[in-house]
Design a protein around this ligand. Sequence first.
Ligand code: SF4
Length: 82
Amino acid sequence: MSIRLGLIGPKVSADAAHNLLQALLPNDAQIIHNFHKDLLRHGQRVCVYDLPRCSKCVLTDLCDYYQKVVLPKRATRPQPPA
Ligand code: SF4
């Protein structure tokens, strides 16, 4: 999910991802804990690994995947006749 959001690059290892994400956050244990917990929960409920539920997501404005992959597909989808 961090990759989809654009927080880290697509080829970043798990160890490097941990450090990169931590560097984005304030040095506050409670904030880091909440970020981790919320990211996990969002990944389990909305940004599911094999089929993200973008139509139900509140992060579309912030999400690289949505802006670069989902929105262009929607723009080219045929519209029903008026
Ligand atoms: S918009 Fe889609 S890909 Fe981006 S975080 Fe939400 S569910 Fe995941």
